[in-house]
Design a protein around this ligand. Structure first.
Ligand SMILES: [Zn+2]
Length: 168
């Protein structure tokens, strides 16, 4: 097992922009397997490479915890092609333990990405998977879910954020 420590809010790496993957090699497979092991241990729905300290444009989403028809999906060098609609839903993030808030996001997304073998694919999805993809995509841009909070939500979690930052 190659579990990695999850980077917690306060670590400046979370604000960095991740770089495209250029080689679909052994190193990439190892990165995805480290992400997979770390996500499973944390029982989360998604994890991006930057959250284990690797600034590569890679994330995984695994909704099998909540939907038996789902399995782990790997997104390498993803591009969001289209979004539509709007939904409000409670979100958390493994880099923000204990913080959950309802935020608005488009509820449909069309994404293009590469899989582990370097094959390009497109996916159109709605609901929870669309939300998870957008959340993880934000991480690759150095964007965090707290950036989507309303001013009220932000003031509600101010104390918790301070504590996370102080502990990091
Ligand atoms: Zn997150």
């Amino acid at each position: 097992m190659a579990e990695n420590e999850i980077v917690i809010y306060g670590n400046p790496v979370l604000r960095e922009v991740s770089q495209p993957v250029e080689e679909f090699d052994r190193g990439l497979k190892d990165l995805v397997s480290a992400l997979t092991d770390t996500l499973k241990k944390a029982r989360g729905l998604g994890l991006s490479a930057v959250q284990i300290g690797v600034l590569k444009r890679v994330f995984i989403v695994d909704l099998s915890v909540v939907d038996i028809n789902e399995s782990l999906r790997v997104f390498i060098n993803p591009e969001i092609l289209e979004t539509g609609g709007d939904a409000e839903f409670e979100e958390g993030c493994l880099s923000f333990p204990g913080i959950y808030q309802k935020i608005h996001r488009p509820d449909r997304v069309k994404v293009r990405a590469y899989d582990l073998d370097g094959q390009v694919f497109e996916l159109e999805a709605g609901g929870l998977i669309a939300r998870a993809i957008q959340h993880e995509y934000d991480h690759l841009e150095g964007k965090l879910f707290i950036d989507h909070f309303s001013p009220v939500a932000r003031s509600l979690v101010k104390g918790k954020l301070k504590k996370l930052k102080a502990a990091s």
